[in-house]
Design a protein around this ligand. Sequence first.
Ligand code: TMP
Ligand code: ASP
Length: 243
Amino acid sequence: MKTLLRKLAEGKTKIVYASSVEDEVLLKFKDDVTALDGKKHDILPGKGVINAGVSAKIFSLLRRRGIPTHFIGMVDSSTMRVKKLNMIPVEVVCRNIAAGHLVKNYPFFKKGEKLKTPLIEFYLKNDLFHDPLLSEEHLKVFGLMSKKEINEIKKITLKVNKVLSSFMQKLGLQLVDFKLEFGRDKNGKLRVGDELNIDCMRLWDLKTGKSMDKDVYREGADLDKVLQTYVQTYKLIVGKEPK
Ligand code: TMP
Ligand code: ASP
């Protein structure tokens, strides 16, 4: 690809390339699927295109609703053009329904119970330390976010939750929980960065309760079944076949 220049960084599921345009980078989505802090790893052919397409659709939706994101557009079906951000190494999780770590680590809710209000949590993005939970005091003392940024991030996260929950509901899906990552642009403005797709949210079929996201992989389904789920959810969200 002509516009792909220099590799700046590579993560488990994406590669960051330099762009010829100042203040922009290119995010290439890989076909890798991982879980358990990267200990479980497989290749799902076509997953890069699926995750890039779903991310683009959701970022465009957020942009239309006035939420600041890094998304600019697509270069090809697996590569997004995004604003360069100085990423904050924190995963911001928002939960509507109890699942995952909330039921594994605490005795208060059973899987599937609806929370009275959305719960926002912060985790350090660090596989080696297994992404420990961070309190707001930790965020300030570790110099990760200021009090003002914490409040702004919570406000943006709740808005994303509203927009995404109602979008998914119309498609027959329940937004159980999701993870956002934030960064600061060259003016210091906070924007939603990274990706927004089937890897970083739980989506349950409203009728059957069936998982339509990466939980299918986490729970050990065979890869054909995992890919089939990704394709199905892509078709619901994007409205066409992935290619
Ligand atoms: P959890 O219940 O495992 O903490 O996950 C909450 C949500 O965050 C779920 O939608 C999956 C997403 N998530 C990520 O995207 N990356 C991660 O590393 C983890 C732990 C969760
Ligand atoms: N821990 C993350 C997950 O299970 C991602 C990973 O480990 O690769 O969602």
